[in-house]
Ligand binder design. Structure first.
Ligand SMILES: [Fe+2]
Ligand SMILES: [Fe+2]
Length: 393
């Protein structure tokens, strides 16, 4: 395989074309688990190489999960029943958000993300000088990109929640799942409306996010769908929403995020409840190991998701290499905070469902993620607590 060293010696144009392929191979081979590779590789090809999410046409994905009926309607999981009751009581209408607030994404008084989100001095050392206005515009592009990825993730969550509602074997889980489908529909609605009417810009789905959604929608195993959507995507989204909620000075977006965060806290809580016993008691060791490796691959994909390559392609494709851009984004203060908060939310949930055994810990350690091991899991945190914590920080 082409190493980074070989790549560095190639002319700019050739390197620019090869880099995505090299990244694809590097990403798909983190854990050397043949089963994980087999289940993820087709999605990797569709997302990273064929870029199916970027063709400007709708995508169809076959799904082979089993729909589980129970004609006795048992009350079989009191904690899920309680979440169902809470979800019904906490429904809200996206139309009631303060849509009449005027939003100017380039207004320095009420920035969507703060100016110091990106380190523009680092860009200058690479020979790129932006004017004040250009810096504000780039920040606004990054904010639109981020919100666009939230929106695409919400579309994935909407369909995954519907599949999971069909496949889950707890009847109380099915009732709860129905409320999540409504929640995700509302999230698609409000994020899209915000992007369309306030930001006037929508980015295409990021390739890494496409890979994850493609993999979990097509996987026939209900627990892998759960793991992918309820724990990984939602867990990381919860961290990302919280960070943006804290950072933004745009009041309309702040209110929108506050409402979404409260819903998402229930979704992740549900994921942890459904998987905890299943992974610990019902899977063989080999099956559990496969989930563990799968989760790690996805965690790495998600970490790399936040490098904003779609913004790079728009702004700097001929001025910087992908590697230089990746470094610039990785080092930028805003993205560093995002990564930190996202994994602070995710890692304790992986621990709680039994997917952080001593065997996998060194991988997380190498990726710099073990420092989050002792944090609070979703079952210990309600949406209100999350918001109170964010407001207090
Ligand atoms: Fe959502
Ligand atoms: Fe959700």
């Amino acid at each position: 395989m082409l190493s980074d060293k070989v790549l560095d010696k190639l002319p700019h144009e050739i390197r620019r074309r090869l880099e995505p392929y090299v990244e694809a191979v590097q990403l798909m081979t983190q854990t050397n688990n043949a089963k994980v590779l087999r289940s993820m590789a087709p999605s990797g090809v569709r997302g990273l190489i064929l870029q199916r999410g970027k063709q400007g046409v709708p995508t169809t994905m076959p799904s082979h999960h089993r729909v589980y009926f129970d004609w006795t309607y048992p009350n079989d999981q009191p904690e899920m029943r309680e979440l169902y009751t809470r979800a019904k009581e906490q429904q809200w209408n996206g139309d009631d958000l303060p849509w009449d607030i005027d939003v100017d994404p380039e207004n320095p008084e009420k920035p969507i993300i703060p100016r110091q989100f990106m380190d523009y001095d680092a860009l200058r050392t690479r020979g790129i000088r932006l004017t004040d206005l250009e810096e504000r515009r780039l920040n606004s592009s990054v904010a639109s990109w981020m919100l666009s990825q939230f929106l695409h993730g919400e579309q994935g969550a909407l369909f995954a929640a519907a599949q999971v509602t069909e496949a889950v074997e707890f009847f109380d889980g099915k009732l709860y799942g129905a409320t999540q489908v409504v929640d995700e529909g509302r999230h698609v609605e409000v994020f899209h409306r915000y992007l369309d009417s306030k930001m006037n810009k929508l980015y295409q789905i990021n390739d890494n996010l496409f890979v994850i959604i493609d993999a979990l929608i097509q996987d026939s195993r209900w627990d892998v769908k759960f793991l992918g959507m309820q724990i990984m995507v939602e867990g990381l989204a919860l961290g990302a929403f919280g960070t943006l909620y804290q950072m933004t000075q745009e009041p309309m977006l702040k209110q929108l995020l506050k409402m979404v965060i409260q819903d998402e806290a229930r979704h992740v809580h549900y994921g942890v409840l459904a998987l905890r016993d299943h992974f610990r008691n019902e899977l063989s060791d080999a099956e559990r190991r496969e989930r563990e490796d799968w989760a790690f691959e996805v965690a790495i994909l998600m970490r790399n998701r936040f490098l904003s390559f779609e913004v790079y392609e728009e702004w700097f494709e001929h001025k910087l290499t992908r590697k230089e851009w990746a470094q610039f984004v990785t080092d930028s203060p805003g993205f560093a905070i995002f990564r930190q908060v996202m994994f602070k939310r995710l890692v304790p949930n992986l621990r709680e469902i039994g997917l952080l055994s001593d065997r996998i810990k060194p991988h997380y350690d190498r990726a710099g993620l073990m420092k989050y091991f002792d944090g609070e899991s979703a079952t210990q945190l309600s949406g209100d607590q999350l918001i109170a914590d964010l407001d207090a920080a």
